[in-house]
Unconditional design. Sequence first.
Length: 277
Amino acid sequence: MVKTILFLCGLAIVISLILAAPLLTRWRRKRIRDRAFPHQWQTTLDRKIPLYKSLPKPLQERLRGYIQVFLTEKTFTGCGGLTITNEMRVTIAAQACLLLLNQNERFYPKLNAILVYPGAFVVNTTQSMGGYVVEEKNVARRGESWDRGIVVLSWEDIQYDATHGRDGHNVVLHEFAHQLDQEGGRADGVPFLTPPVDRATWAQVFRREYDRLQRDVQRGLKTVLDAYGATDPAEFFAVATETFFEKAQLMQRHHSDLYQVLECYYRLDPASWGSKI
Ligand SMILES: [Zn+2]
């Protein structure tokens, strides 16, 4: 009898802790968000991130809080001799958190570490050439997102992209869109969807727009979305995210359904943010 009571008490404590964990995390994050935002970090946002300046004031404030949480929870490591500075950390965090502004505090739950190289880095890839033939080659990359909770970035490209906020190319937005996609496992172009976004509408619009981009690229036509998006559905989602934030008005005009689905997913309307870039 005593054993049973002890077991039930233990079980009740474990269940309480499990139920309380999300509340404790929310409470801890709120305390971090409420801290004073360091002056040096603010200078980086003002001088290096034009996208930040284009945000409405309430979103700027939320972003500053999110940056503080992100920088508390994620680890940064310099590679290839690079020393990580606060400017690097804030520049990366600001753009990564832009995707989260209305995502109900989902701070990339699988992501642990961000590796940063001074410039493009070389990776060894293998490609099946049919039959038993496999070709191995070294490829230069600007960024990578692994489903094991790691993002790899080139600082040279981050800097260029951050200050060229209207060209539809942004390696941080791209790789962190992959992270959102990889929350459920391997990237397939379908991130974790919650109402009002429904899977059927997402699939229908993304399929149609992906096919359209592939057709336009094959015909050599000028496209709003970068041709790299025609590679596969996962790249299409990452490229569409870059376009959504950096060429919002163009996307809204020429790909209104795609814009609408992404507006619903990110719960943001960058086309209305004005142009301070
Ligand atoms: Zn990609």
